[in-house]
Design a protein around this ligand. Structure first.
Ligand code: ADP
Length: 468
């Protein structure tokens, strides 16, 4: 299969290539074309040309296009899911779930509208808020959920009348290029353009005078660069950045259930989820039992190529992340006790054995930093106020979880956690109708829900009185 970028309605190749590696084998999966600065300029120019006509269309027309995109992805869902597993590493079942999620996001946004809102109307005066599109949006996506996180940006951007330049992460460009084929069939030329880089062209987009908004998901470090670059022309930015989510287990939960929830929340997608459980806090009275059960689950987990049936945990996505996790493991071994895993698997590909670390201090790297891999530190606590303070003692504030039978108590504790989303007795309950945003250095602005839709619009207040 050959891959091409989408520029101004045409599928294009270049003489520059990028090797895409299958993380389960370490072998080259495909070569794909990549852009240079001139091609990025063509993409931005095409999106700018397409904007006036696209933005004048009605919501209903644009909504119909979103539904068509969803239908065509659905027809090819199997192809998308397999390619996603091959380039990203996640088990096929989870890849299929991501593709289904992407389709759902397109269809859910297709239902949303932002009609003019009358803020005041009395006698002969009225104040009405209208919302119009911004212009050309740059959507820059990461490698953990390349398809879903693209749709979280593309669906609201297109529905509200913006056009797009999309740039996937260099290690997972293929599913985005496959989606480009779908766009070429459905959308007018230039409405969506896709460029691939080797991590060097994002800065052109984030500082480009013709880009009105940058919608970014990635690390906090790169997010700061995006925000700085966008400042020059006061671009709108939505930043979905890193997290170091704490999970608080309360003392009325049984051991097996606590351990199962913690394990699943930490290990899904090999831990490479911005809202994965990254630190677990367990009452001292239950600590040994929960750690033991977590170690048992880690040792029993099926870790293998995601294309094989029954696999729970695939490889981590890329060589750089693999190297970073091996560093974390060395540090965890020095500052804590590893009771399961603790090493890379002795086989080709980027496999890390699911790892549980106990007796680790709050200032160890594995607790303070975002590991983004299948490594869970487990910490003991004695007092609720103390554990809330420890969870909140972080520059991050993306999400968190509280697990407890007494729902009122669990909810009260949840409301004290400084994060954008706190789930109680569930995890990853993200839905296209519910706003999602990060607190502190975990983000700026938000995605999803009507709030997320508004982020792709400029509000205009028309404030009028009659002349006499
Ligand atoms: P990681 O460090 O885990 O690879 P990043 O946050 O750097 O993740 O990457 C997320 C996305 O941001 C990718 O598409 C990447 O190519 C892009 N990116 C990297 N550097 C920049 C930059 N300076 N400006 C804009 N985008 C960038």
């Amino acid at each position: 299969m050959s891959y091409q970028m989408l520029i101004d309605g045409n599928m294009v190749s270049t003489e520059f290539w990028l090797d895409v590696v299958n993380p389960a084998t370490g072998e080259i999966l495909a070569r794909c074309p990549r852009a240079d600065a001139a091609i990025v300029e063509q993409a931005v120019a095409a999106a700018s040309r397409a904007y006036p006509e696209w933005s004048r269309r009605s919501y209903d027309e644009r909504s119909a296009k979103l539904r068509q995109l969803a239908d065509l992805i659905e027809e090819r869902a199997d192809q998308f899911a397999r390619l996603l597993t091959e380039e990203q590493g996640k088990p096929l079942e989870q890849a299929a779930f991501e593709i289904a999620g992407a389709i759902y996001v397109l269809r859910t946004f297709a239902e949303m509208r932002l009609p003019p809102e009358t803020l005041r109307a009395d006698g002969n005066s009225q104040v009405v808020e209208y919302r119009g599109p911004l212009g050309v949006v740059a959507a820059i996506t990461p490698w953990n959920f390349p398809v879903l996180l693209l749709m979280n940006k593309l669906a609201p951007a297109l529905l509200t009348g913006n056009t797009l330049v999309v740039k996937p992460a260099p290690t997972t460009p293929l599913t985005t290029l496959l989606f480009g084929e779908v766009c070429a069939d459905v959308l007018p030329a230039g409405v969506v353009n896709i460029v691939v880089d080797a991590n060097e062209l994002g800065g052109i987009l984030t500082s480009h005078p013709s880009i009105a908004k940058v919608a970014f998901t990635g690390s906090t470090a790169t997010g700061k660069k995006v925000m700085a670059a966008a400042a020059e022309s006061v671009k709108r930015v939505t930043l979905e950045l890193g997290g170091n989510d704490g999970a608080i287990v309360l003392d009325d939960v049984d051991t097996a259930s606590a351990a199962k929830h913690l394990f699943d929340g930490a290990m899904l997608n090999a831990g490479q989820i911005c809202v994965a459980i990254k630190r677990a806090y367990v009452p001292s009275s239950m600590y040994d039992a929960v750690c033991e059960e977590l170690a048992r689950l880690a040792n029993a987990a099926v870790v293998d190529n995601g294309m094989h049936q029954g696999v729970q945990i695939g490889p981590v996505q890329n060589a750089a992340q693999f190297a970073k996790l091996k560093d974390f493991l060395a540090d965890a071994a020095e500052h804590g006790t590893i009771i399961a895993g603790g090493h890379a698997l002795d086989r080709p590909g980027y496999f890390i054995a699911p790892t549980i670390v106990r007796d680790v201090s709050d200032d160890a790297r594995i607790v303070r930093e975002e590991q983004f891999g299948p490594i869970l530190p487990v910490l003991a606590y004695d007092d609720i106020d103390e554990v809330i303070a420890r969870v909140n003692d972080s520059d991050y504030g993306l999400a968190g979880t509280v697990w407890g039978k007494d729902l009122d108590r669990a909810n009260a504790i949840a409301s004290r956690i400084e994060a954008g989303t706190i789930w109680v007795n569930q995890h990853l309950a993200i839905d296209a109708t519910i706003p999602f945003r990060g607190a502190k250095q975990s983000g700026l602005g938000g995605e999803l829900g009507i709030e997320g839709l508004k982020e792709y619009t400029q509000a205009r207040i028309v404030n009028s009185v009659s002349l006499d």
